[in-house]
Design a protein around this ligand. Sequence first.
Ligand code: UT7
Length: 322
Amino acid sequence: MAADIVGIGVSIPEKVLTNADLEKMVDTSDEWIVTRTGIRERRIIDDEETVSDLAAAAGLAAIEDADIGRNEIDLVLVATGSPETIWPSTACLAQGKMGLPRCAAFDLQAACTGFVYGLAVADSLIASGLFKTVLLIGAEAMSRFVDWSDRNTCILFGDGAGAVVLREARPGYGVLASYLDADGRGADLLKIPVGEKHQTIKMSGNEIFRFAVKILPQCVESALKKAGLGIENVDYFIPHQANQRIIEAALDRLGLPKERAIGNIAQYGNTSTASIPLALDEIYRTKSLKQGDIIVTAAFGAGLTWGANVIKWSGTSGGMDA
Ligand code: UT7
């Protein structure tokens, strides 16, 4: 038994922060940012908005897309690395804001790999029979944890949320395999320390870059192997959107044509756990996805964590039975 994506929703803040805006804030240039990262602009939440607002809006959009009742959600699972409170969880805050009746709710912390981890966790919880319908949300207000005077990091991150409703798949469809991994020895390379006066992102960019270029292709291959598939079977590759150069290096190593990779880094920057569902939503809305398509998601992040999922698209989302 596997879990299937039966609805997708997103929430993207309206406020746009361009590279030109950043040129006024730190010693940087549009040219440097575009060539080194591929990012042109990112979205930033308003002062009065919070990450659970984004999570709730994306969650409700996914429920509506799945064409199910709010009372059918058994679990709200939120992957976030930028919560507004350590507790209560963003999942509980979003559950309340969505007006869902009682159901289980918890957060999952795997930094930028959170959505990939979340898909694996939701899949296994559905397979176990514990829950029938899971709302998985990747939501971030990274702008709240950015040091806006640090040009090494402030140019990278953006805010946003994406959500999927998951249910038992028809045989042969849905999440075919997941590969998850972590190495806590790299914990210092990327972190947001708690308890300091200014809790901001601290990053060793070069080390993370080298790690990502190596690990991204490896985890794709591991997940495909678990699914009994090869790189030639991949129709869409949705990598975590951290840096266009990392994505291109991974494509080279995997021997995957560029057209198979889906991304939104130019528009949204690194939205951490939201980057994969936001990109998935794009191919979903443009109706590029066909029943039977193989989608591979892959991510890496603080922890260090990394992982990948292989999904066979069933075409049952949008409240339609194929
Ligand atoms: O979700 C996971 C989160 N993080 C990541 O995935 C980050 C992975 N790392 C990266 O994406 C890249 O390492 C960065 C984009 C962060 C940096 O790019 P880089 O090509 O590795 O540059 P660098 O750190 O080697 O810096 C090169 C130069 C340095 O100047 P000097 O020492 O050569 O004079 C930096 O001070 O570029 C300078 N620099 C900048 N210049 C203009 C660093 N940031 C900026 C900036 N604008 N924003």
